[in-house]
Design a protein around this ligand. Structure first.
Ligand SMILES: [Zn+2]
Length: 92
């Protein structure tokens, strides 16, 4: 048995909220546009992306630890209202 994992075949990303690793497709990509976090549902927006589970608990965790500015290399706070709205719609 080889000790290698099969990480290469399935891209994984870390959720900036709960910090667990998950398949890229199970996470929502977030990009910063001006001073706001925007959900990138198709994964096509340019720039740095942060990944978070599409769940409000993970969003709240990420906001509390200021993970988005860090992950997206922004200095100031980022507005997350649009991401929250997208997740609330999804869970409604
Ligand atoms: Zn998470």
């Amino acid at each position: 048995m080889s000790g290698r994992t099969h990480a290469r075949a399935r891209p994984e990303r870390m959720c900036v909220g709960c910090r667990e690793r998950a398949a890229k497709g199970d996470l929502l990509r977030i990009v910063a546009i001006e001073d706001a976090c925007v959900p990138d549902h198709r994964g096509t927006l340019p720039g740095r992306g942060a990944y978070v589970h599409p769940a409000l608990v993970c969003l709240d965790l990420a906001v509390r630890r200021r993970a988005f500015p860090r992950a997206l290399r922004r200095r100031g706070p980022l507005d997350t209202a649009e991401v929250r709205l997208a997740l609330e719609v999804k869970q409604a």
